[in-house]
Design a protein around this ligand. Structure first.
Ligand code: BG6
Length: 470
């Protein structure tokens, strides 16, 4: 594989809609999230990304902070509607100019840019023709990706096609908290995930055909499966959960083919498989990735579920520490609750060892495939002191544990070559608006988006200095 960087990458990550703001500036088209947040009663906090962290205007300040914090890489996403306002057709030169400025400034500061093509923010026009349910979107995505490769590929050497296709399809078509807000629609869920994987494969193929010099991968939400010891049908539950949480994305992008058991799994779900076409087989085969980007937040702890209705439970509001997040799928499996593992206020497990388990599992299944930890972090409510400073000790402790487990897996032979903290600065959280904070740098949203590095920013800076030469 080509040499893209010779050092371990230590950096942080953001996504366009969550940090850029400038929602209607310089020719940007409407995004599905712009329209959803402006108009829908399902927008829980009634806030939007119109200004967000104002990265569009303050990117230099943010990149300066990254550089001063010893970070040598930055993962960001490109807004499709900023590049091609209607989703297809005319290209917006001002959108191209913006990302050129970001990329050039990163390089000037010694920061390796890592760009994601699709991080949830679909152009609104495309959402109106069915979004990822409509196979026409695959060509539209490919045309947009080609514009990005041709304009930025001389300087961006790390690309990812799609951020968390599984989680995106899950929230949009199963939980129903992302637009277009379908609930428990497994037919659409599997169909959309299939099309996202096909779109990803097509874009990988285009990258190769253009002879680009760099790496292209996909970013997956780690869902490494652990069985509740009480599980009776261990093999069946593991298979169903693993295809759903991981293998549909990872097998397809690493091996270039759908999981062999997909037909069986769709049957378990009662899903109509008519979206699977034989003629797609060679297209998946041409879409093998160079690396896996892994977003590590938690594991999936599951057990049998034979009786009862299908339901999903998700805490969209935080605050209640007794809440849980999970799913029950009739005759398939259900999420189980481990009394020994703490949960955060949003009902998610706080379990840093899942980093080690996930990486070891990747090695076992996919050998020495290159891995970047594309996101890892901790979301919480935060109260600054009178100077706006946040002493986020618990983030430091938790992320320190995650990093410890990543380094342990690395020592044991996993080919992990980069780590990105989510997030570079406070930004818009898809469901929790600006209440739930992840940033290394505080954004004072009430005060002209002023930037104030947190305790974790300085901690991370030192950690990078100590681990620069691993
Ligand atoms: C990841 C996404 O799933 O989790 C990010 O890639 C997101 O875009 C992050 O912000 C945290 O999610 P949340 O819902 O806790 O803000």
């Amino acid at each position: 594989m080509k040499q893209v960087h010779d050092k371990f990458l230590w950096g942080s990550a953001t996504a366009a809609y969550q940090c850029e703001g400038a929602w209607d500036e310089d020719g940007k088209g409407l995004g599905e999230w712009d329209v959803f947040n402006h108009n829908s009663s399902l927008n829980i906090n009634q806030v939007d990304g119109d200004i967000a962290s104002d990265f569009y205007h303050k990117y230099k300040e943010d990149i300066d902070l990254m550089a001063a914090g010893n970070q040598n890489t930055y993962r960001f996403s490109i807004s499709w509607a900023r590049i091609i306002p209607q989703g297809v057709g005319e290209v917006n030169q001002k959108g191209i100019d913006f990302y050129n400025h970001v990329i050039d400034y990163c390089l000037e500061k010694g920061i390796t840019p890592n760009a994601t093509l699709f991080h949830y923010d679909l152009p609104y026009e495309l959402s109106q023709i069915g979004g990822w349910e409509n196979r026409e979107i695959i060509d539209a995505f490919d045309a947009y990706a080609k514009v990005c490769f041709e304009n930025f590929g001389d300087r961006v050497k790390i690309w990812s096609t799609v951020n968390e296709p599984r989680y995106y399809a899950y929230c949009s078509y199963v939980v129903g908290n992302y637009p277009p807000n379908y609930k428990l629609d497994f037919n659409r869920f599997w169909n959309i995930l299939y099309n996202l994987m096909l779109g990803s494969a097509k874009v990988v193929d285009t990258y190769r055909k253009l002879g680009m010099d760099g790496r292209i991968g996909i970013v997956h939400d780690n869902g490494n499966v652990e069985l509740d010891p009480a599980t009776k049908e261990k093999d069946a539950v593991r298979l169903r959960a693993d295809v759903f949480y991981n293998r549909m994305v990872l097998d397809t992008s690493v091996f270039g083919k759908l999981p062999e058991e997909l037909g069986e799994v769709l049957q378990d779900w009662g899903v109509d498989p008519s979206f699977v076409y034989q003629e797609d087989v060679p297209n998946f085969a041409k879409g093998k990735v160079d690396y896996i980007g892994l977003n590590v937040y938690n594991r999936q702890y599951v057990t049998d579920y034979s009786e009862g209705e299908t339901e999903v439970f998700h805490n969209n509001r935080g605050k209640g520490s007794n809440s849980k997040e999970g799913i029950r799928i009739k005759h398939v499996f259900e999420s189980s609750f481990d009394p020994h593992v703490k949960r955060n206020l949003w009902g998610r497990e706080v379990y840093p060892k899942c980093m080690y388990n996930a990486l070891m599992e990747i090695k076992e299944k996919y050998g020495d495939i290159l891995v970047y930890i594309a996101e890892n972090g901790h979301g919480q409510y935060e109260t600054p002191d009178e100077n706006g400073y946040v002493n986020d000790d618990n983030r430091i402790e938790l992320c320190g544990d995650f990093i410890h487990y990543m380094l342990k897996a690395r020592e044991e032979g996993v080919n992990v070559q980069g780590y990105y903290m989510w997030s570079t600065m406070d930004l818009y959280s898809w469901i929790n608006g600006y209440e739930k904070r992840y940033g290394l740098v505080r954004i004072d949203f009430e005060n002209d988006t002023k930037r104030i590095p947190k305790a974790s920013y300085y901690w991370y800076k030192n950690l990078i200095a100590e681990n620069r030469d691993i």
